[in-house]
Design a protein. Structure first.
Length: 575
């Protein structure tokens, strides 16, 4: 500090004996005088601050003001030398009464939280109010020390300190977003507790959408009624499991307030398949509507009961025969089921279709049931392993429906040459294989990429191409014989199903070319089907069958070209 430079000029205030004004001025100057940027300036500011405090406590402000007005340098502005004799040093300043009051308030707060009794909460609130209003907190360093000590005390006393957290958080700004970035453990715990208390207050409010669910999670539950509430609740009302999930993510400390048996019951229920409430409600509403209409017309309520039974049957099928098997399979094989589980429906479907050529009577009925079971199997595994779908739902639906429609129209148009009785026995197995191959396409595509390498895929495609050529010769050779015509249809469908997973990996342009070819084939089949019957070699069966196989082989050739291009790009240019 240079001669003639007043400590008050450094602090930026007029000479004063008020300790609070001096501390406030020091805090303001400290914001623009950083020790790392201006170490000399910080030393002068600190020396001026300590000198001003000593002068204020020693009541020497008048002398300093007088000396400053006469143009003399401040007699205590220069920092005392380290070699100055001990007798010339100023006596120790008296104890600050504000600091003593702060210490007593802190001790009272600590005692009230350590041994709470009657009136302890009120005493703690008074002590905390005295702390946050203390003039000592104008000192930046002391404020930080008090803030840290108070945060640790309040955090360690949770939940006894719940009623005190808001007051302290408001004083020190603990709830501001900026504090969250560098808050220590105690302040973070207080922030989380304040958030929990606010959420708890919302839960207990009668008008809150959480109120009923919170009451249910805290009380003893009647499982049947809880199950009903889980499936039939208003959109504006949170269900118990939704609230439990929210508490676990955002307010885990509040789990201690809930009934452990209720938590266990809801966890168990949520992990298991549940019947569809929407289908059950549709059965009641739709059945009641049709029943009332038919009853008013004098036809009884049979139509309504039939409609309700249909929707209930769909609900039971979805619940018991679709969702429960998937649940058991996921529980049995958490990662991936064996390959037989993924593809077991395919040999079963093909076997049922081949068996339907000879089956009649009750045997044909049994084969049809097995074929439907294979379709259900394919539907179940279709959700166990699927590739990420990049195309839109509309594109996927077109890619799924157009080939199905082409194959179905071809087979129905070729009924003319089938022997009597074979069409009926083949109906269910034929369409079951067709539908199953479409439903299980995601799982089969995943297996095609993960279970085979590039060389194995090319070998499989070459083998399927040879089988396709053999099938075309069989169609041409066997079609004149009525007994063999159903077998020709079976051969076509089996080859198309085996080739189908491959063609889904074509590019956008290749897919459009393939779908255009199939659409043209459908148009030809529609035209041929309205012509007079042509017995010579079964134009529809042979022409359509060869067209379907040729389409599949053409698509497989495109995919084989893609495989070779991919291999060439992986190999890179050769030197």
């Amino acid at each position: 500090m240079t001669v003639g430079q007043s400590i008050w000029a450094i602090l930026g205030i007029a000479p004063t004996a008020e300790v609070s004004d001096i501390r406030r001025a020091y805090a303001v100057r400290l914001k623009v005088t950083h020790p790392e940027d201006d170490p000399d300036g910080f030393k002068e500011l600190r020396a001026a601050y300590e000198t001003a405090l000593r002068m204020a406590r020693g009541r020497v402000v008048q002398v300093a003001a007088a000396s400053q007005s006469s143009g003399e340098s401040d007699p205590v502005a220069v920092t005392p030398s380290a070699h100055e004799p001990e007798t010339k040093r100023e006596p120790a300043p008296p104890v600050d009464p504000h600091l003593e009051e702060l210490r007593r308030s802190y001790q009272a707060l600590h005692q009230a939280l350590a041994s709470p009794g009657e009136g302890g909460l009120a005493a703690a609130q008074r002590a905390l109010a005295s702390i946050v209003k203390s003039e000592v907190l104008h000192n930046v360093n002391l404020e930080r020390d008090v803030e840290q000590r108070l945060a640790h005390l309040l955090a360690s006393a949770i939940p006894l300190s719940d009623s005190l957290l808001a007051m302290a958080a408001d004083r020190f700004g603990w709830l501001s977003p900026q504090v969250a970035l560098d808050a220590n453990g105690a302040i973070s715990a207080i922030r989380a507790r304040v958030s929990d208390l606010k959420f708890l207050q919302a839960l207990e409010a009668p008008q809150s959408p959480y109120a009923a669910a919170y009451k249910g999670l805290r009380g003893r539950k009647f499982p049947l009624w809880s199950w009903v509430l889980a499936h039939f609740h208003r959109k504006s009302r949170f269900g118990e499991y939704q609230l439990l999930h929210l508490i676990r993510i955002e307010h885990p400390a509040l789990l201690a307030l809930l009934n452990p048996k209720a938590i266990q019951w809801w966890d168990r229920m949520a992990s298991r398949p549940q019947p569809s409430a929407n289908l059950l409600l549709t059965a009641v509403l739709f059945g009641g509507l049709l029943g009332s209409i038919s009853f008013a017309s004098g036809e009884g309520v049979g139509l309504g009961l039939s409609a309700a039974g249909l929707f209930v049957g769909i609900m039971l099928w979805k619940w018991l025969l679709l969702e429960w098997p998937r649940y058991w399979m996921k529980k049995r094989w958490p990662v991936d089921p064996p390959l037989l589980i993924y593809l077991g429906w395919l040999p079963l479907s093909i076997g049922c279709l081949v068996a339907s050529l000879l089956a009649r009577g009750w045997v044909a009925a049994l084969v049809a049931v097995l074929a439907l079971a294979a379709t259900q199997w394919a539907f179940i595994v279709s959700y166990l392993r699927r590739l990420p779908r990049t195309e839109s739902a509309q594109d996927w639906l077109i890619a799924f429906m157009v080939p199905q429609l082409a194959i179905a129209m071809w087979w129905i148009s070729s009924f003319e040459g089938f022997p009597a009785g074979s069409v009926e026995s083949m109906m269910v197995p034929f369409f079951s294989l067709l539908i199953a191959s479409g439903l299980a396409a995601p799982a089969v595509r995943g297996l095609w990429l993960t279970e085979f390498d590039g060389l194995q895929r090319r070998k499989v495609m070459a083998a399927l191409a040879l089988l396709s050529l053999a099938a075309c010769f069989l169609l041409w050779w066997l079609t004149p014989y009525d007994t063999w015509r159903p077998l020709c249809a079976v051969i076509v469908l089996i080859l198309v199903v085996l080739i189908r997973p491959i063609v889904f990996f074509l590019g956008d342009g290749q897919q459009k070319l393939r779908l255009g070819w199939i659409a043209a084939l459908v148009a030809v089949l529609v035209f041929v089907s309205v012509l007079p019957p042509m017995e010579a070699r079964g134009v529809v069966l042979v022409g359509g069958g060869i067209g379907l196989i040729a389409t599949s082989v053409f698509s497989m050739g495109l995919e084989l070209w893609n495989e070779r291009q991919a291999q060439a790009s992986r190999s890179g240019p050769r030197g």
